[in-house]
Design a protein around this ligand. Sequence first.
Ligand SMILES: [Zn+2]
Ligand SMILES: [Zn+2]
Length: 183
Amino acid sequence: MRPSIVLVAIGEIKGNLLERLREELSVIFYPLLVEISGTLSIPKEAYNFSRKQYKSSHFLEALKIYATDKNSKILGITPVDLYTKGLNFIFGQATLEDNVCVISIHRLKPEFYEQAKNEKIFIERCTKEAVHELGHTFFLNHCPNPQCVMHFSNHILDTDRKSKNFCEKCQSKITEKIKSLEV
Ligand SMILES: [Zn+2]
Ligand SMILES: [Zn+2]
């Protein structure tokens, strides 16, 4: 099977976000095929009533049904706010062994910070977080270079500061990983 990245909505993703992500990821992860596949419903058991947030591990678990081929990386995109133990919130999370990752677009919208709606900024942020989590599924670690997409984002300003691309070092790692998938 041709190595690919599979985008899966978990809950309702409005507008053309998935299509825009498909375009952006096709360039960044070239020559991998990027496809949009199916929709999962939001795992109800993930909801934490006191935090009013969803626990990310349930989303990663749900995505595993798509991870049937070792050459595919699965990216879930959800509109709800995610958290994991020890953190107030997360923009996204990846599991290394299972080839699955998830991003939450909840805190990527300028409106979340009481700023005017801005589609360009929103798509850019979604792309950065998607590339970052997919990078983890290729076993890349966090990068000390604040411009690199693999730099850890603790705050939306970190996301805005970094680019959607890998730095030279991380790019050579990812190129090697993609090549190893093709054999
Ligand atoms: Zn990370
Ligand atoms: Zn880097």
